[in-house]
Design a protein around this ligand. Structure first.
Ligand SMILES: NC(=O)c1ccc[n+]([C@@H]2O[C@H](COP(=O)([O-])OP(=O)(O)OC[C@H]3O[C@@H](n4cnc5c(N)ncnc54)[C@H](O)[C@@H]3O)[C@@H](O)[C@H]2O)c1
Length: 468
């Protein structure tokens, strides 16, 4: 499996690390215990590793120390059980990074106020590691970012420690690596994108193949040795840049295809054609077509943000990224279309938006998750409020809306009853959570505006439903 050539060159640092990873006696540190880092820490704990979770958020550390979870799909039981077995320990003490054999970085990569990459979290984390870096450690970046971040941003900060990890070409051949040149890295550095599909029950994390690219051959092998212990399949690529770009390609592919169906939906609405029926028909083609679905706009930490990491980097090379820009334009206009659709539907009922009472169903950015980051529901609430409507929301996963980077809506989820539903001039379905009873909603609401085709199985009172 391992290339003899690569291992020979760094026997004294690589071999001990590989042995510890293979025996699962290695200490694994996960930095950033959010939606990506916490499940990853638990996965490694379950595989028998001793995992230390690092975070700068004292609330998260306190909750974890009490054995509590702050992420809907992770039960507190999993955390407390693992802590009892000494498989997981949360901490804000970054000096403990020195004890780790492998360190995985899962911190945020947002856009700044000018919609440009904000690498502050990655840089700060790299500084924390650099202060405690020791020979033989593996560092892997998992945060989504533009190609070159691992080599150009993380590596120089880590090398401030005085330790070296030279960038060197290698060939990735299936599961093996052929290193070239004589190389003695003091530590190992790789990039491996996180590919989680939050809320989806279709794939367990370990079933999603893990792409790994190192800054040199030994780093790729070290990364592979780490992930092989927890993931069914690892895919080695020839540089960390390829791994970084692969993640962006996946997300840009989604972003562009969603924009395409959003645009076609608007056309279909005007032509009196049901886009949902069109997609169902098209997807019966067994090759060459992947179904994407329209919606009220993009949300989440990934699809609305990641493509713009690449457009920013592309400027350095003078290369236009027109597809990404156009997709961004179409997708970000969708909340405005929702507001127009609400106004038109109310108009049909002789109600004007100003002074109307509207209930938003679902503020999480996608079904069956509790994550509201970049959610179009929040933008739609703001736009409707600006138009004089009175807004409430119901979301079984989001009891209240906390203060966020872009504002504070100060709303709490209302209880969904026959009586409460009847109070609203319109109910706008923004997120199709699977645990909501859409027949009940349609029965008791006066008007239902459905941006997700959530009511497709409702048979009664269909005259109350407007698709948008
Ligand atoms: N959420 C997803 O579904 C998903 C999927 C694929 C990729 N990603 C990517 O993974 C990365 C992490 O995303 P997330 O959703 O887990 O973010 P998150 O905001 O849920 O969690 C990030 C955590 O990092 C902590 N943190 C910030 N700075 C830190 C520092 N200097 N040291 C230690 N901890 C620090 C924060 O307190 C927070 O707990 C991002 O780059 C994101 O684009 C996310």
């Amino acid at each position: 499996m391992k290339s003899e050539k690569a291992v020979e060159l760094v026997q004294d640092t690589l071999n001990p690390l590989l042995s510890k990873l293979e025996a699962r006696t290695a200490d694994v540190g996960v930095i950033g215990l959010g939606y990506v880092g916490l499940p990853l820490a638990i996965l490694y704990g379950r595989k028998g590793f001793r995992v230390t979770g690092f975070d700068i958020d004292p609330d998260k550390i306190e909750k974890l120390e009490r054995g509590e979870s702050y992420i809907h799909h992770i039960g507190g039981g999993a955390i407390s059980g693992m802590m009892r077995e000494k498989r997981f320990a949360p901490t804000a003490d970054f000096a403990r990074l020195r004890e780790m054999d492998a360190i995985v970085i899962c911190v945020p990569t947002p856009l700044d106020a000018h919609r440009e990459p904000d690498l502050t979290y990655i840089r700060n984390t790299a500084e924390s590691i650099s202060a405690h870096l020791r020979r033989g450690q593996l560092v892997v970046l998992e945060s989504t970012t533009y190609p070159g971040t691992t080599e150009e941003e993380v590596l120089p900060i880590l090398e401030k420690s005085g330790l070296r990890c030279p960038v060197a070409p290698y060939a990735a051949k299936g599961e093996t690596v052929e290193a070239s040149g004589s190389l003695q890295p003091d530590f190992f550095l790789a990039f491996s994108p996180e590919r989680e599909d939050p809320g989806s029950k279709q794939y367990e994390s370990h079933q999603i193949p893990k792409v790994i690219g190192g800054v040199n051959g030994p780093s790729a092998l070290a990364g592979q040795a780490l992930y092989k212990q927890a993931f069914d399949r690892t895919i080695l690529v020839s540089t960390s840049r390829v791994a970084e770009m692969a993640k962006l390609l996946e997300n840009i592919y989604r972003c562009v295809n969603i924009a395409l169906v959003n645009e076609l939906k608007l056309l279909c609405l005007k032509m009196g054609i049901d886009i949902w029926e069109v997609i169902e028909a098209a997807k019966t083609k067994p090759f060459g077509f992947t179904a994407f679905y329209p919606g009220p706009g993009l949300g989440g930490h990934c699809i609305p943000i990641d493509p713009f990491y690449l457009t920013w980097k592309a400027r350095e090379f003078g290369s236009p990224t027109r597809f990404i820009e156009l997709a961004g334009e179409i997708n970000s206009a969708m909340p405005e279309h929702m507001v127009t659709a609400v106004a038109q539907a109310l108009n049909e009922h002789h109600v004007c938006v100003r002074g109307s009472k509207i209930l938003i169903l679902g503020v999480a950015y996608k079904s069956d998750v509790d994550d509201v980051r970049e959610s179009p529901g929040l933008r739609i609430i703001e736009l409707l409020q600006q138009n004089g409507a009175r807004l409430d929301y119901h979301d079984p996963y989001v009891p209240r809306l906390h203060k966020m980077r872009h504002g504070d809506l100060k709303l709490s989820s209302i209880k969904l009853t026959a009586q409460s539903l009847a109070e609203y001039d319109a109910v706008l379905i923004v997120t199709a959570h699977s645990n909501l009873d859409y027949s009940f909603i349609v029965r008791h609401a006066r008007l239902v505006i459905d941006s997700r085709n959530a009511t497709h199985d409702v048979t009664e009172h269909r005259d109350k439903i407007v698709k948008c």
